[in-house]
Ligand binder design. Sequence first.
Ligand code: F6R
Length: 237
Amino acid sequence: MKFIIDTEENIAKKAAQRYVEILNRKPDTVLGFATGSTPLGLYAELQRLNAAGALSFKDVTTFNLDEYAGLDGSHDQSYRYFMDHNLFMGVDIDRSRTHVPSGLDIAAAADYDRQIKEAGGIELQLLGIGNNGHIGFNEPGTPIDSITHLVDLTEMTRKANARFFASLDEVPTQAVTMGIKTVMNARSIMLMALGKGKADIVKKSFTGPVTPEVPASILQLHPFVEIYLDYEAASML
Ligand code: F6R
C-alpha cells in the first residue's frame, strides 16, 4: 500500500495525474468510479484536464460501485444522476459505455460482475471510505467473497447520507453494490479520504487487523493500492 498525503487540492491533482498516465498509455481502459463528496475535486480536475486535451475518455468503459435501490437514474439523488452531472456530462465519454448498477432492476445485479469481466476487468477502481469502513456499500460484516449484491444500509450510513436528501425518511434503506470480491478483482485501487472525520477509520483500516468488521481493511491484502489522504484524514496514522 502506498500513501499519498497532501492538501485536499493537491490530492485531487495528484490522483487526476494517475488517470492521465493510465489513459494515455491505454485509451480504452476500464475504470471503476465512486460517488460521494470525496471524489468531487478529482472529477472537477478530470473535466479540466479533458477540456485542456491532457486526457480523453472517448474509448473508456466505466463501472460504478453502487446505486440506491428504488431510485431511477433520473432521480437527483441517484448515483447515475450524480455521475452524469459531476463527471460524464463534462467529459468526452461515450455514455453508452458507462455503467451504474440499476436501482430498479435488482435482478440485474447478478450479471454485473460478468459484464465487468467481459469488458476486460477493471484497471483502476476508485473508492471512498465510509465512517464505519464501508467500501462501496459493503457494510461491516460483508463476506470477503461477495460479488455485486443487494444490501441493507446501516442507520449510520443512512444518517451520513441524509445530508443530500430532504429528510432521513427519504434516504433509501437498501442499495446495490459491487461486492468485496468485485472490488478486490480490480487490477489497481485508489482510495481517497478527506477530513478529520475519516482519520479514525483510516487508521483502523490500514494499520489495524484485516477483518470483515472493517471492510476497507481487506485492501491491505491487495497487491496495488494507493491511498490518497489530506493531512486531516492522515492525522492519526
Ligand atoms: C460511493 C460509495 C461510498 C462512499 C463513502 C464515502 O459510491 O460507494 O462507499 O465512497 O460512503 O462517502 P463520502 O465521500 O461522501 O464521504
